[in-house]
Design a protein around this ligand. Sequence first.
Ligand SMILES: Nc1nc2c(ncn2[C@@H]2O[C@H](COP(=O)(O)OP(=O)(O)OP(=O)(O)O)[C@@H](O)[C@H]2O)c(=O)[nH]1
Length: 422
Amino acid sequence: MKKVLIVEDSSTVTKILKHLIKQHPDITALFAGSLAEGQALYEQYGDEIFAGIIDLNLPDAPNGEMVDYLLHKELPVIVLTANYQEDRREQLLDKGIVDYIIKESRYSYNYALNLIHRLEKNQTIKILIAEDSRPTRTFIKALLEKHLYQVMEASNGLEALDVLKDNPDIKLLITDYHMPEMDGFDLVRAIRHNVDKSGLVIIGLSGEGKGSLSAKFIKNGANDFLQKPFSHEELYCRVMHNIEELELIEQIQDTANRDYLTNLHNRRYYFDKGEVLYNNAVNNDTPFAVAMIDIDHFKQINDNYGHEAGDKVLVFLAEELRLAFSRFVVARLGGEEFSILMPGLSNEQAFTLLDKFRGMASAMTIDINADDGELLNISLSMGVTNYLHESLDQQLHYADQLLYRAKEAGRNMVVGDEDADE
Ligand SMILES: Nc1nc2c(ncn2[C@@H]2O[C@H](COP(=O)(O)OP(=O)(O)OP(=O)(O)O)[C@@H](O)[C@H]2O)c(=O)[nH]1
């Protein structure tokens, strides 16, 4: 991860920040106590520095010169200050700082560090602004870019729909009401036909003195609204709050889709995603390989070394499968049974990949922390089929039958469609 430059002359504050940073192992901080030291560090590490947390008053920079220095380098700056002055705060926000934090408690320092995480994540978040007034669009874009979001623009509702179609990974839309071609309400309604509130966040912009527009936006499917004119902080807070809510929902959905032990995808996700891939293959007449994988004599591992050792083997194998088949859907369907969905691969191609993995797996040693330091070997049996049958469920069932042929034939092998036809 890139580095954060922290320039602070108080040894107490520096000590607290150093302590708190230990709880954020993914943040690497460079500490300086003055403008001169801060500039020297910037000159040395410039390209690696991603943001700054800067004390406003330093012994050799009493008027925020360090803040100006980094803003000039176009770096996001979080300002720390001991006292709050409304006009100074406004001035700094106008200059383009990310936030202004009063040195009050641990909470404020943690807030600053969380903001650093936020900035890091923002770089991957796409936001679309639909607004016909170019100056307003440019103003909002510039503000959001200060927080490192990727910003796209549209000058009316129809254009916004096109941009959304081409960029399905846009997370948030900020839309005005009055626009030519298609207004904000029609845009929201059109989007909500296909995408719900957890798929795309919409913030409506309502004009000055038109309070009822805000409620209408929400009733038409927007998540939130902002009344014009708004302050920088209002925009940032609304955007950040909504993005964080979306991330929380994504996190909950992801947890519900994963197996608790191995963190691989679970049965529920496998079938949800699998149905889409299966139908795609049927409709487009493209190859679709489904594999079943089972650890040989797994019961003996549990019996000889205990259930915990068995769990370690499952976690180990899951990680190897995840790495080796990262392009595909890998799931733990239950117990010691795993499945992989490989759209686009012929049976021969899938067989080759699986057999290579089988060979690798049989050569691996697994440390199960046995008292005698024993390392364990495992072997895998697999079945893989490209016969689509009537449903994914049936195809999987057939892959399972091929897997049992592999077991019957002596284990530690892959059985594909060709072997089964013989
Ligand atoms: N440690 C551990 N064991 C599990 C888990 N889920 C299922 N098992 C065990 O997995 C074993 C599966 O054994 P069997 O289906 O009899 O087959 P096997 O011993 O693998 O033998 P073959 O498949 O015939 O090679 C059973 O002993 C289950 O108790 C789990 O989450 N953790």
